[in-house]
Design a protein around this ligand. Sequence first.
Ligand SMILES: [Ca+2]
Ligand SMILES: [Ca+2]
Ligand SMILES: [Ca+2]
Length: 276
Amino acid sequence: MLKKIIASVALVATVAVSAAMFAAYEAHVINVTAHIENALTVHPEELKFGTVFPQEYLERQITIETSSSFQAEEDALAVSYVIKQKPKCEIDTPTDGMPQYAPVHYATHLCPDGYTKMETLCPFLSKMDGDPEDNNDTGHPSYYTSYLGDPSIPGPDDTCRPWGTEMLDAFGVLNKNDLVDLWIIDLKVPPVDGYVGQDWPLTCDGWTVPTDSLDYGCDLWIEVTNISRTAVCGNGIVEGDEECDGCDPIPCNIGEDTGERTCINCTWSECIPFLQ
Ligand SMILES: [Ca+2]
Ligand SMILES: [Ca+2]
Ligand SMILES: [Ca+2]
């Protein structure tokens, strides 16, 4: 009995010691919070081409701009994004209150329960830079190139890129000097399998849709890939504390002499007079 008591006392003592070894006598609290806002606004949220017919050529526009909260954030300099094309899902049995369409799951690319992937419109859409002046976006042209420059009038000299080549993503950048990007999304309507007319160019063989009288769909996903808060010298954009970036020299005067300042490491050099 005595032995037992000693054993349990010893046990309690051990526990008490180890508790003392890990006791905290001082605490500091770092508050971690984040207010999350979207960096981009996209208009419109839906592009409807409606009922279309083979050989028609239609264009729609979308704008992608920095959100007002991004613009208000002084040290947020640039947003990079990608425009991807993904399958579109349509409801199996229309029910009141349920949307007819749904996007695929962002990671698995599967449709939600009760929805099925539509026949795809994706390969027939282009994503073209509608405002190339900003010089920082890369679009992806249509599968169809019109020899005469007017895709609505097909001719035998028109060409298509090889069938089955993947439609690549488009890439865009917005910054404090480039707040809105304009993109042109075009649809050159292909013929239906089994109804291809003689003027559909030979290189466009295979560029068809499987069935007549059917809704085709495609979702454009605009995904932010990077937010930059640091000025990058050499990217051609004057950001943050930069005075210049990759631009031509500017004229200047020293007394009666004229000269120029050059952009060195994103700062203007002193005024260097021209040699007489
Ligand atoms: Ca642009
Ligand atoms: Ca841009
Ligand atoms: Ca820069």
